[in-house]
Ligand binder design. Structure first.
Ligand SMILES: NC(=O)c1ccc[n+]([C@@H]2O[C@H](COP(=O)([O-])OP(=O)(O)OC[C@H]3O[C@@H](n4cnc5c(N)ncnc54)[C@H](OP(=O)(O)O)[C@@H]3O)[C@@H](O)[C@H]2O)c1
Length: 254
């Protein structure tokens, strides 16, 4: 069987590219030779600035920008229509990165509305976007799906149980699909980061002080960088023999 781990010439759709981890994935996959379809929900300017930065490097490869609130089913279907229109194809690589988490730690303070919204943005949309992406990947017998989950999936979190449940759900979705679709040439993995600074969620290490993610609790003694998340994502895209894995990216934090 031939091994095809080529990223060059593929189209990568990255959700939440207006945020820290998504932007780093965009830079890295562009460097690896992919064309990009990038989404934002509210921060258009941030994504516009990123695209301006990347244009020089892109050459004749296309980078498209799409507004998409992943909590809205119609936005997700529109996103796929727009990507097809702009790139003449659906994505070969899907990085499901857009996510939401509020630091409400105590279950008694988590409203049912907040639970529903968190599950919708982080888990329900992951299912829908995967369903939209699969037909093209099946057709060509090649695809890479990488979810950005979280260390929270296994319990440790600066957020509440609603966030942990949503990210654990993403890991279950990924592992099930990896088993079911391994023979279809599509891999499913998740990167489970912890305490990544330079992001909207955690701007600096100051924001971690006094929490379980305080750098004094992290064995390597520092927070993680968005580039380190992107390294793991690109590695998974390049490594078709790896599927159904959760890569904990946490500086040793458990
Ligand atoms: N930072 C960490 O330590 C850490 C740890 C574990 C997991 N994660 C996960 O990493 C992913 C990226 O987060 P980040 O750390 O890079 O934080 P970030 O900089 O705040 O980025 C969050 C991204 O998600 C997008 N987003 C939020 N709600 C959305 C919605 N309803 N529809 C569509 N997009 C939405 C945001 O879009 P707009 O800004 O355009 O609204 C933004 O692009 C998330 O899934 C998060 O749960 C982060």
């Amino acid at each position: 069987m031939t091994v095809d781990n080529e990223i060059k010439g593929r189209l990568a759709l990255i959700t939440g590219a207006s945020g820290g981890i998504g932007a780093a994935c965009a830079r890295d996959l562009l460097s690896a030779g992919a064309s990009l379809a990038l989404t934002y929900s509210t921060n258009k300017t941030t994504l516009d600035e990123l695209i301006d930065e990347l244009k020089a490097q892109a050459g004749d490869r296309k980078i498209s920008s799409h507004q998409c609130d992943v909590a809205k089913d119609d936005d997700l279907t529109r996103l796929f229509d727009e990507v097809k229109q702009e790139h003449r194809q659906h994505p070969d690589i899907l990085v499901v990165n857009a996510g939401y988490g509020k630091r409400t730690s105590n279950i008694l303070d988590i409203s049912i509305e907040e639970w529903d919204y968190t599950i919708n943005v982080n888990l329900r949309s992951s299912f829908i976007i995967t369903k939209l992406a699969i037909p093209h990947m099946l057709e060509q017998h090649w695809g890479r799906v990488v979810y950005i989950s979280s260390i929270a999936a296994t319990g440790t979190s600066i957020n509440g149980c609603h966030y942990s449940a949503s990210k654990a759900g993403v890991q279950g979705l990924s592992k099930n699909l990896a088993n079911k679709m391994g023979k279809d040439g599509i891999t499913f993995n998740d990167v489970a980061p912890a305490m990544i600074t330079g992001t909207g969620m955690i701007p600096t290490e100051e924001n971690l002080k006094g929490t379980p993610g305080d750098v004094k609790n992290i064995p390597v003694g520092r927070s993680g960088s968005t580039q380190e998340c992107a390294n793991a994502v690109t590695m998974l895209c390049r490594t078709g023999y790896m599927t159904g894995q959760s890569l904990l990216l946490s500086g040793g934090l458990k």
